[in-house]
Design a protein around this ligand. Structure first.
Ligand SMILES: [Zn+2]
Length: 317
């Protein structure tokens, strides 16, 4: 038997939600390291970036949006394909669900497996899972860049490079220099890298920094409300991603097996990053992907509920 409960199965304490106003057009729904939702309010419509895990959980987002606007929520943007961010989409009854082509391709290829795997990893985050009608399918797919005008408000959906997944999309308000980054940036929360391109991720963070956001809503953790806080979020994410990958690469190149590399990487990273939420949940997945990328798998292998358990047993058992 494992010493540690699988993934986030022992994480049952509810978090406190914050609904932060970043500008007249931008709000952040955050919850102490649980997955965030971004809200953009234009002249004629509102847009939601990432939906929460279930329609029932999304109702709490809608309730708060309705306290600040009665404009229709016409657009849902998927920052990437992960179930915990996208399966609440139906609650908003959007006209359009927008994703990058790479995200669409991942939903086709592995959306079903990912849904089953994530529901087992995060029981607390899939409250009322029976309200999920199935996979969330984009109605509009773009490559690299899509500009949407919500009246006079310009919204840029940008694929700046691979990182957390191959489909990562950020939402950018150039007039206000506000960014919604999805899981490319985390703050006080451990980056999940089980589906990542670790070699590419730092350059994608460079591309985010080059836009010089004044404010940034990360995928998990508090909204970053000034340039110094944005820099702290970017720096923290970069140091975790690079330290973890360097450690694993060194171990793999020395011919060590995955379990040994995992134990050594865990001990090395725990003092620096162990207080970030979901550290113990993420690290086995993160090191497994890093070991794959450092050896034989340029592209992330599909996680199934069964592969999750076998990996956990072999590293934590
Ligand atoms: Zn994710």
């Amino acid at each position: 038997m494992s010493d540690k409960a699988f993934a986030s199965q022992a994480d049952l304490v509810e978090k406190t939600v914050s609904f932060d106003k970043l500008s007249d057009h931008a709000y952040a729904y955050t919850a102490e390291g649980d997955p965030n939702t971004g809200i953009i309010i234009g002249d004629d419509a509102a847009m939601v970036i990432d939906t929460q895990a279930t329609p029932v959980m999304a109702q709490d987002v809608i309730r708060r949006v309705r306290e600040v606007t009665d404009k229709p929520i016409r657009y849902v943007v998927l920052s990437h394909y992960h179930a915990v961010r996208v399966l609440g989409a139906s609650a908003y009854q959007p006209e359009h669900v927008i994703a990058s082509r790479d995200t669409y391709d991942l939903i086709v290829e592995r959306g079903e497996h990912d849904m089953k795997s994530e529901i087992e990893r995060f029981p607390r985050l899939f409250r009322a899972v029976e309200s999920v009608p199935g996979l969330t399918w984009p109605t509009m797919v773009f490559e690299k860049r899509l500009t949407i005008w919500l009246g006079k408000l310009q919204v840029e959906l940008l694929q700046l490079g691979r990182g957390h997944t191959k489909g990562d999309t950020v939402a950018w308000l150039p007039q206000e220099k506000i960014m919604f980054s999805g899981d490319l940036v985390e703050f006080g929360a451990t980056p999940y890298t089980g589906d990542a391109y670790l070699g590419d991720w730092p350059a994608t963070l460079d591309a985010i920094a080059a836009l010089a956001p004044d404010k940034l809503v990360p995928g998990r953790g508090a909204s970053l409300q000034d340039p110094a806080a944005v820099k702290a979020g970017l720096d923290g994410t970069r140091s975790f991603v690079t330290a973890m990958y360097e450690h694993v690469k060194r171990g793999a190149q020395a011919g060590k097996d995955l379990r040994t590399v995992y134990r050594e990487t865990y001990e090395a990273l725990k003092p620096r990053f162990g207080d970030w939420v979901i550290f113990d949940h993420c690290l086995p997945f993160d090191v497994t992907r890093a070991f794959d990328e450092a050896t034989h798998y340029p592209h992330p292998r599909i996680w199934t509920a069964q592969r999750d358990r076998e990996m956990w047993e072999s590293l934590e058992g």
